[in-house]
Design a protein around this ligand. Sequence first.
Ligand SMILES: Nc1nc2c(ncn2[C@@H]2O[C@H](COP(=O)(O)OP(=O)(O)OP(=O)(O)O)[C@@H](O)[C@H]2O)c(=O)[nH]1
Length: 893
Amino acid sequence: MQYRHTVGLVRYASKLCWQYSGSRIKSKRHHIACFHATSSNAVSNVSPDVSKTRNIGIIAHIDAGKTTTTERMLYYSGHTRRIGNVDEGSTVTDFLPAERARGVTIQSAAISLNWPPLSSSGPKSSLTADLQTHNINLIDTPGHADFTFEVLRSLRILDGAVCILDGVAGVEAQTEKVWYQASKYAIPKIIYVNKLDREGAAFGAAVKQIAERLHTWPAVCQIPWWQKQGSTFVGIGDVIGTRAIRYAADSDGTDLSIIEMDELKNIDPGFAEEIIIARKALIEICGDNDEGMIDSFLQANEQPLEIPAADIIASLRRCVLDRNCYITPVFAGASFRNIGVQPLLDAIVQLLPSPDQAIDPDVRLDNHEGTLSELLSGKLMIASHTSNIASKKSLARHKRPSTGLIQVLEACALAFKVVYDARRGMLVYVRVYSGTMRKQSMLFNTNLQLSERAPQLLKMYASDSVQIDEIPAGQIGVITGLKHARTGDTLITYTGASPKTGPPAPLNALQLRPIDVPPAVFFSSIEPHSTSETKNVHSALEILVREDPSLTVTQDEESGQTLLSGMGEFHLEIARDRLINDFKAKASMGKIEIAYRECILQPSVVDTIEQATAGCRVQVQSIPPEGEHRPPEFDIEDQGSSTILQDGNRVTILIKPITPSSSDPTSPSQTASSAPLKLPETVPLHVLQSSLRNGVLSALSRGPNYAFSLHSTDVILTFDPTTFDLHNNTTAASLSSAARTATKGAIRSTALENGTSLMELVMLVTVSGLDESNLGTVVNDLSGNRGGNVIGLDDASSPQISPASTMSSNIDLDRVYAPRDPFGKMESGSTGGKGSGGQRSISARVPLKEMVGYLKHLRSLTGGRGTFVMAPERFERVVGMREKVLLKELRGY
Ligand SMILES: Nc1nc2c(ncn2[C@@H]2O[C@H](COP(=O)(O)OP(=O)(O)OP(=O)(O)O)[C@@H](O)[C@H]2O)c(=O)[nH]1
């Protein structure tokens, strides 16, 4: 029985929210209140100094205030003359119509600003004397979990991050997720506790949660200054400078006064005393981690108050840049009230790394991994070459290559974002890692294996831009006019560029740290309103997918329907809005449904099914699930350039040598360097390989029984050039088609013999905000009605979302300094043992289907207090009654 993806196949009345986003209602008015100091007609030829550059991301849970803070940064840096407002849809960075209408960040926006500003001084400027002007490339990332890919691709190219917390909510679930993602890439971070003007704000509690949930030692650099028994937030205590900064009420944040300690002791003795306590704690934590601070302490005659602010900043910077040091500086403010943003900008410049101090990016050359500096020093080339010649058993005949080949490399950059702009066409955002990318240079795209010229380069100021002649190493910029480059592609320039041949091997295979695309878990059909609209709709979809690789478009073979898949319901809704409103496509979107997977069943992994079609011999077998006995050959790891892992499947392409004496297939890398295989000039090895692979992947995109894509399938395709009749007129399409037919045949035979099964996505869910009275009810609901499996209670670190390697495991909470909060919300030195305020949390594994509409239900179970966050864990086979029920739902009978 075959099932087609038809609209309404699965009916879900309720809405899945990956996390609670609060009940904020935002105005739909579009006040564009900003006046940009730059314009796209301007041309800038100033090359920024790399040591005075910061590539920084702003990361946080949804609604923590990222865009509000960014807006102030633009204002103080002189980029805008008025402060935009998220609630009025007038911010610079949320410039998409959908972002302005909904008041949420959907795509990460890249802006450049100078801090301290070049021309202005006085109240709009830095609060640190003698701070030199730096160029900050800032990326405001989305907080909603459906747009996690946006955060991931930004993190890939950032050197540092500011993590913003809501001062009332503290460390929220999505904060933990993005924190650990940033930690995974070893990105140095500072924390800004925002919204301290709100009723219920608790800075001390937030600091304790930072230690408890983010597993880092908070180094409190500022403390909030509350007056009127804690009801009015008036400014901040500068622990590093031992002074207070008071902001005039209802000002734009430039009307502020610096109050030195002597005066503060008269105005607010309690607050002055707390600053002194905080400073001692800061010196202690720096001294525990940095030898330099011990020297400063001794030089200051062991008087913490006598240590110069510059020494503390230098010590903190050493700690932040040290990968093995688990210290995070913490700052305070209320961006909406214009409090605390200038000192935060100072901290970005002072504490976060410049590109030349940032982590050495990962690269891959041929099938060897290393770092960029290893590549540039020639080490990686030597390793790659040595392995090739070793495979030919003729090591003695080959000399080591000089590093000359690397000298051919002029520049390399990663395209981390592609955005369609109605006025300027496709904007490809790049981070240049080495060399200088120049206007009009010929770029070679190592992922697509093609050359494109870069007609124009831009520096972006959110939706505005300035033309530039070059993008030097360490900088972020935009290339316009590229027809092919996609997110995640590596672009290189090289001497003697030839669009016909591309760069010499193995430079043509150089890849900078790839960006993993998470699997799509929801889909919907897209129906053009008329046949004449089909082309327009497809062009618009093509743009959407090039912009956002976490969206995929497929064509259902049987129904002919176009299906759009994505990361969540909200993700697809936004895609629909963009399709219809921004691209004016005349089409409708069907019901949003869950994307299941299909897997072939097999009694034994060695019992493979083979299918041979026109030069392609295909073996198909199922990959045993994780946790079950898995023979060594199924270790899910990349096995060189002939094998890829994609969407839970493993695809290996082997090319048989033409020589009559060699009967064994070899991997392409071996074949490439062995004399017998002579491929036609028009079909070089990489084209042959990628065409065959695309054919296999296409066959895997539709299972034989349920029409969902296949998962846990191992495909080995052996290509025999002699039986295919490979010649100069062979096209990539004909190769793909042969691979596809052979793979489909093999899958069909396997399915006929052994059957297939449905697989569903299991989510790792963390429910928080619970208390003793509703904990049991929520546990029962998750493990009973929803078929979930509770794996832990009060797991402060949400271990499933937090890679252990990125955290410090031995933080003694009693040793963590946190100032007392007003109204006794938080006793310093205690979090109640069960999370903030004695709140309880649950970690569970639950099928995605059962989480649809969960937010509403959870709120009814917990009187509106419970929240949750979830992340995909893995696809699992659906068995027993559950499979019967699901199939019945899918069939509709
Ligand atoms: N009271 C108060 N409200 C704030 C503050 N900062 C932000 N807000 C409000 O919080 C809401 C969310 O602010 P945003 O700046 O959109 O938050 P975000 O983190 O960018 O949100 P997403 O991009 O959608 O994840 C808006 O209504 C802001 O006006 C603050 O310091 N105090």
